[in-house]
Design a protein. Structure first.
Length: 276
């Protein structure tokens, strides 16, 4: 993404209304750069556009031959405000705004709209309750490419406990290809297919902004890189903790006694005492 445009968004040099904040702008710009460097091409879909703040930002991530799709019910003046936001602050790219209640969409509706295209970035920021989040994850994720990213808003907002539950349930259901959280931004969680997690984490850590301001945290059977950490570890320590996780053989759940013992072993290895 063009650095001047990114800085303009980071400094809030606009009159855009919305809930899209600098730390996640920065995270998305860095992840998008990783896609650019690896020539990963797809499309970007945002579910929950409101008045176009994040949508305008996302337009700057769109590459040649890609399309930006935005789903919203667009009540009141949201549709007009989004178009205006895009005109004033967006990039001139191919886009489509789809007025729909996503909880009414079935697979045929989604397939017809996406029309054989794949999703490179899926940003979910519509209704914040458990079933609608899980429905969006399950319905749109099959179209996300293997090297794509799902960005979920307000992951651990205490007001919306259904979001975290939906994401974690989705990670259990999503098989055989499996999307898992790999990066935690400010109020968004980022998912990718499990074999891509370490690749993305290494690339993020190579960015100066995240080198010494992140840490590794193990959740269930995946490693999350926490960006903008309140308890950051050095680059070397974060890399070491990630390597320790990826090098260890995965402990499968066998019996309940074995299960507790396996968790105890992980508690010892990945506990806070052992990693700061
Ligand atoms: C939090 S706002 C989106 C904010 C926007 N992404 C931003 O960062 O500025 C949530 C949006 O989701 C839309 N929304 C909520 N439930 C929806 C549904 N079931 N289908 C489509 N859109 C929905 C609302 O109309 C609202 O515009």
């Amino acid at each position: 993404m063009n650095i001047d445009i990114l800085n303009g968004f980071l400094k809030n040099e606009n009159d855009l209304e919305g809930w899209f904040f600098p730390p996640d702008m920065l995270s998305l710009a860095i992840l998008n750069d990783i896609h650019s460097k690896s020539n990963i091409i797809g499309n970007i879909i945002e579910i929950g556009v409101y008045k176009g703040k994040s949508f305008s930002f996302l337009s700057h991530l769109i590459k040649e031959n890609e399309t930006l799709f935005g789903y919203d019910t667009f009540p009141e003046d949201y549709y007009e405000s989004t178009k205006l936001a895009l005109e004033k602050y967006g990039a001139s790219v191919k886009f489509e705004l789809i007025k729909a209640d996503t909880s009414e969409l079935n697979d045929d509706d989604i397939k017809a709209k996406i029309d054989g295209k794949v999703i490179r970035i899926l940003h979910i920021d519509a209704g914040h309750e458990y079933h609608e989040v899980l429905h969006s994850l399950l319905s749109f994720s099959p179209y996300v490419m293997d090297s794509g990213i799902i960005v979920m808003d307000d992951y651990q907002d205490p007001e919306f406990p259904g979001i975290e539950a939906a994401v974690l349930d989705f990670c259990e259901i999503d098989r055989p290809r499996r999307f898992i959280p790999f990066f935690s931004g400010a109020n968004k969680i980022y998912l990718c297919s499990n074999y891509m997690a370490n690749i993305y984490q290494d690339s993020i850590l190579s960015s100066e902004r995240f080198r010494n301001s992140s840490r590794c945290t193990i959740v269930r059977d995946f490693a999350i890189l926490k960006g903008f950490s309140k308890l950051p570890t050095s680059y070397e320590k974060t890399k070491k903790n990630l390597s320790k996780f990826y090098e260890s053989s995965d402990v499968r759940l066998v019996t309940s006694n074995q299960y507790v013992e396996n968790i105890r072993i992980k508690a010892k290895i990945y506990g806070q005492l052992n990693n700061m």
